[in-house]
Design a protein around this ligand. Structure first.
Ligand SMILES: Nc1ncnc2c1ncn2[C@@H]1O[C@H](COP(=O)(O)OP(=O)(O)OP(=O)(O)O)[C@@H](O)[C@H]1O
Length: 692
């Protein structure tokens, strides 16, 4: 049977067993037996409950259930892997899982956690989390639930360290204050949207992740083994040659998890891992996460409103309402909890749905206050599955040794050189397959060169067509500047989302990323600019002198680089919509200052500064120097009886350009390129910081 089939045929034994326990325990509990039986029994078999069929569990006496489920509980606790894998396929997956080294469970606790955001200039602040407390014991699958806007993602961001600005309160790991750099080394964050490289296959994505996330001392065989195990475990093994963009939503979600599993994190944060998936894929993803917790990992997910079937997969739930905790405890204990506060879950109602309705204020806002005080805004541990086993911070501290202090250890697992070489390899694969950034760019350069060539045929040699040629030079300038700028503005925001995720998960440093980004684009920029230049230069009959050709090419190349750097600054800071508006709007003044429409001499004195900051001015001046400078001789005058610009000098005088400023233009463009590149790096860094 294929790995995929193995994955999809697994029956989620853990969840079922967990459910049995819940019913048994609750059936014998003292609180509201009538309501409790009615509401929890359906969870044993969600579909039969929905269909209104009688469930066998309902006919079982409470004592019988208690006996059965108690023995299941023992089985789960003592031999989790064996009891989870109920058939051969499961056991195969468990094999793969057992090759991932188990982790020492990390207990996460937070006290009086609040998070405040600034609303903008003069608009004050907004507190999103209001002194919430909570405890997430290690080795459990925990759901953060709540209505939309309750603060689930914000809590996840604060706990994972993704957000640090405006966070107040304490976060403890095994009883000690969280040291963020160390915590980031043992945890990972999987975002709601799948930020994956679409043009890489599953296998390539996994190999890149392994090469970046595993130390350089890990052998090739070890990496291969780990990749194979993870792909097998996640049911992606049969798809390892599929391009990521062709994967289904559920497969993409699993690939996101697979890539972060490579370095075996102890704590995993997942923002809405089930959003956008069908119910079967949701179940599979959550069952997979449940399996991962059996090895000591603590997995915390936000989830909107799980179905009864999904709900019972979790060990523990943390429910938020408008930034306050309204329930914290075991999934099985939610119904007794609601009963204890005299808000019993109605018959045939999914408790998860009911508590969300309560948290939304559908039954009155006073109920939210009741729940908040009953759960002590997250401090109350009474409703944990096994409150007796929940260790206090002091006990945890004593149990876990003081971690060794790591000074000056880089956040990344591999060296700068390794990061650069892996990123260059990834960039090369992407560039080969990228229809926009590579193929389309080359095609557009050839097509535009042919079009301009046809329009301005022979304009470069004719004295009577000097003005046409001047127009051509300006059109070339705009083409080089705008195409690369707009391409970057349109594509970089998507790349940026991937960068934010991977950089936070410590795949690479920003320096390595930026270095690779700059280098990887060089060959394609050189090739497309060279093709364009050769075609237009020859077709428009520019002077056939090597020195002029290379001067022309050098200016073209620098303009491309400057345009690209400006695009990078805009693309890094703004989204596609704002960027698409801003880029042309900023280019127009640069065009006006270039000396094309209004000569540099005629520019008002108070606007002269503009021409010094316009890259298009240096570009145009450089082109003019290449074509009409270097004391170019008399032009041919074969096409018209009157030849106004027979002498290039006359033309230069008229446009107030000297034709001997080539090196000054080159230096100015180089300085601009350097400043804009550096600016783009600073903007990138600032953007990443501002998000956090
Ligand atoms: N930077 C911010 N500025 C202003 N308000 C913010 C900011 N970030 C979050 N909020 C607000 O905080 C609240 C909680 O947001 P959060 O994204 O955590 O909610 P959520 O529970 O995850 O919602 P959903 O399930 O819809 O994703 C929302 O009302 C949101 O508008």
């Amino acid at each position: 049977m294929s790995a995929r089939d193995q994955f999809f045929n697994s029956d989620g034994g853990t969840a079922g067993i967990g459910l049995g326990i819940e019913i048994g325990e609750s059936s014998t509990s003292q609180v509201g037996r009538g309501v409790y039986n009615a509401t929890t029994v359906p969870m044993t078999n969600a579909s039969s409950w929905r269909n209104g069929q009688t469930n066998t569990a309902t006919k079982t006496t409470p004592t019988a259930i208690a006996t059965t489920t108690a023995s299941q509980l023992v089985a789960v606790k003592q031999t989790p892997l064996e009891s989870v894998a109920e058939d051969e396929e499961d056991l195969d997956q468990m094999d793969a899982l057992s090759n991932l080294p188990p982790r020492d469970a990390v207990d996460i606790e937070f006290r009086d956690l609040s998070l405040t955001v600034k609303l903008g200039f003069n608009r004050g602040e907004k507190e999103i989390l209001h002194n919430v407390c909570g405890k997430f014991p290690g080795g459990q699958l925990i759901a953060i639930m709540g209505p939309s806007g309750a603060g689930k993602s914000t809590l996840l961001d604060a706990l994972s360290g993704f957000k640090t600005t405006g966070v107040d309160g304490s976060i403890l790991l095994n009883g000690r204050r969280r040291d963020l750099p160390s915590f980031r080394r043992m945890s990972c964050y999987i975002t709601q949207d799948d930020r994956l490289q679409p043009l890489l296959t599953v296998s390539e994505n996994m190999h890149i992740a392994a090469d970046l996330k595993l130390g350089e001392n890990v052998t090739y065989e070890e990496k291969e083994r780990r990749i194979e195990d993870i792909l097998l475990l996640l049911g992606l093994y049969d798809h390892d040659q599929t391009l990521t963009m062709r994967l289904s939503g559920g497969q993409k979600k699993r690939l996101s998890i697979a890539m972060e599993l490579i370095n075996n994190p102890t704590v995993m944060f997942l923002d809405e891992p089930t959003t956008g998936l069908d119910s079967s894929s949701c179940t599979k993803v959550l069952e997979l996460l449940k399996r991962l917790t059996s090895q000591g990992r603590t997995i915390i997910c936000t989830i909107h409103q799980p179905t009864a079937k999904l709900f019972q997969i979790f060990d523990q739930v943390y429910v938020l309402s408008a930034g306050n905790c309204v329930y914290q405890g075991g999934t099985q204990k939610m119904v007794p909890f609601l009963h204890s506060v005299e808000l019993p879950c109605p018959m045939y109602h999914n408790p998860a749905d009911y508590i969300i309705e309560l948290a939304c204020g559908e039954y009155g806002f006073d109920k939210i206050d009741t729940l908040k005080s009953a759960s002590e805004n997250g401090s109350c541990l009474t409703w944990f599955n096994d409150p007796g086993s929940v260790l206090r911070a002091e006990t945890l501290m004593r149990k876990h040794p003081i971690p060794r202090r790591k000074k000056n250890v880089s956040m990344e697992n591999t060296s700068f050189m390794n990061q650069c070489s892996v990123l260059l390899r990834r960039g090369y694969i992407k560039a080969r397959r990228d229809t926009t950034m590579t193929h389309l760019r080359i095609i557009v350069n050839i097509a535009v060169a042919v079009l301009y060539g046809a329009m301005y045929d022979r304009s470069g040699r004719e004295g009577s067509r000097v003005l046409d040629n001047y127009n051509l030079l300006f059109a070339i300038l705009m083409h080089h500047s705008m195409t690369t700028m707009m391409l970057t503005v349109l594509t970089f925001p998507i790349e940026m989302t991937i960068l934010i995720k991977e950089h936070f998960n410590r795949w690479y440093s920003l320096k390595a990323y930026y270095f690779a980004l700059t280098l990887i684009d060089l060959p394609i920029t050189l090739l497309s600019t060279l093709l364009f230049t050769v075609i237009i230069y020859l077709w428009s009959y520019q002077p056939l002198e090597w020195v002029r050709f290379w001067m022309f090419f050098a200016i073209s190349l620098l303009i491309v680089f400057v345009g690209q750097s400006i695009g990078l600054i805009i693309g890094a800071w703004f989204d596609v919509v704002n960027g698409t508006f801003l880029a042309p709007v900023l280019t127009i003044p640069m065009m006006m200052f270039a000396g094309f429409g209004v000569t540099l001499r005629d520019l008002p004195s108070y606007l002269k500064w503009g021409s010094h900051i316009s890259h298009l001015r240096y570009g145009l001046e450089g082109f003019i120097a290449a074509i009409y400078g270097l004391n170019r001789g008399t032009l041919a005058c074969d096409e018209a009886p009157y030849c106004h610009y027979r002498y290039p000098k006359k033309f230069l005088e008229e446009i107030t350009m000297r034709g001997d400023q080539f090196w000054k233009d080159i230096i100015a463009l180089c300085v601009m390129m350097f400043i804009f590149r550096l600016g783009a790096y600073i903007v990138l860094k600032a953007k990443i910081k501002s998000i956090r």
